[in-house]
Design a protein around this ligand. Structure first.
Ligand code: GDD
Length: 317
């Protein structure tokens, strides 16, 4: 049995990764949580996971936890992952994301483990992308537009550096946007789906608040994304970086229109200035050729399906 450790196991992608690994039946699954982590995403999964309380910002705590588990694989998903929070709390976003990464690497290095580590890097790292640069390849310049994106560039570069300096084995996955049931309610598709569900239930006036609808994003279903993370550790080269993207993109306006087409209620759409960002990434459209060539991965769930699953999720809550 392979020993697998998931950081951020209580989060959105973490919970889907537990389900996927369990369905394969070849792993012993360990997960890290913090005392203040919300457990609702994994309530139905706790029998399947050995949970360890650990603050990844604390080097000794991280070292002791990894020494106890001695994992074959680590999926490093834990992070401050909401872009707008990183403008409100830039220092905390940077320190949380970067320190956690360094503490994991240092623990693996000092323990002399042969662990393979998947790093959840991000398409946000590309930041300011010009139309002629799409679809975006891994070789595109990184022009991060938020403190969050800078923190992900740092995590990404640490992955390269620890491989080159110490042969700590990681695969850097630059995940483009991923959505699905259990997605945190602050992210765009989940936010809009929840607002619609709340309006349908009469819990909210029929006004849907939005931010920048012109941005374009490349969406993958979270269930396809976690399958990609596993393939990354099975098949990809150490120290290398791979885009995980569907290869097509939606405007946020089109995403909104599709969600609105799934409800019978009449809803007014209103821009909320508080939802506009100091600098928003205009377009993320990924070239997944490198990853597909290495792994044979293909997304299987259409984004229309993901959106209706998300709306059903909020309707049932
Ligand atoms: N959250 C939110 N709420 N976004 C909105 C809204 C709104 O009401 N209205 C428009 N948007 C636009 C944002 O300005 C952005 O252009 C786009 O919708 C997507 O926003 P988010 O869902 O918050 O995601 P993100 O693209 O900023 O970041 C996500 O994807 C990254 C990978 O590309 C996060 O999951 C990151 O953690 C991840 O790294």
């Amino acid at each position: 049995m392979r020993k697998v450790l998931i950081t951020g196991v209580t989060g959105f992608a973490g919970s889907h990764l537990v389900e996927f690994l369990h369905s394969r039946g070849d792993c012993e699954i360990h997960g890290i949580y913090r005392w203040r982590s919300r457990m609702e995403n994994i309530e139905h999964l706790t029998q399947l996971i050995t949970l360890h309380e650990c603050d990844l910002r604390d080097a000794m705590n991280t070292y002791d936890t990894i020494a106890r588990i001695r994992p074959d694989w680590i999926f490093h998903l834990a992070a401050q992952s909401f872009v707008p929070t990183s403008w409100v709390a830039p220092s905390e976003s940077l320190s949380t994301n970067v320190q956690a990464q360094v503490n994991i690497f240092e623990a693996v290095r000092r323990l002399g483990l042969k662990t393979r580590i998947q790093l959840a890097c991000s398409s946000e790292e590309y930041g300011m992308v010009y139309p002629e640069e799409t679809p975006i390849k891994e070789t595109n310049p990184l022009r991060p537009l938020s403190p969050y994106a800078v923190s992900k560039v740092a995590q990404d570069m640490l992955g390269y550096q620890y491989w080159m300096s110490w042969k700590v084995d990681s695969v850097r996955t630059r995940g483009f946007n991923h959505e699905g049931p259990r997605r945190g309610p602050v992210f765009v598709a989940s936010d809009f789906a929840k607002q619609i569900a709340d309006i349908e239930k009469g819990k909210k006036a029929p006004i849907l608040h939005v931010g920048n609808l012109e941005a374009k994003r490349d969406f993958t279903d979270v269930r396809d994304m976690v399958r990609a993370y596993v393939l990354a550790l099975e098949k990809c080269e150490p120290g290398e970086v791979y885009n995980i993207a569907s290869g097509s993109c939606w405007t946020i306006q089109a995403l909104l229109d599709h969600l609105l087409s799934l409800t019978k209620v009449k809803i007014e759409v209103k821009e909320d200035p508080a939802r506009l960002r100091p600098s928003d990434v205009p377009i993320l459209l990924g070239d997944n050729t490198k990853f597909v060539k290495a792994t044979g991965w293909q997304p299987t769930i259409k984004f229309e399906q993901t959106l209706s699953d998300m709306l059903e999720y909020w309707r049932s809550r």
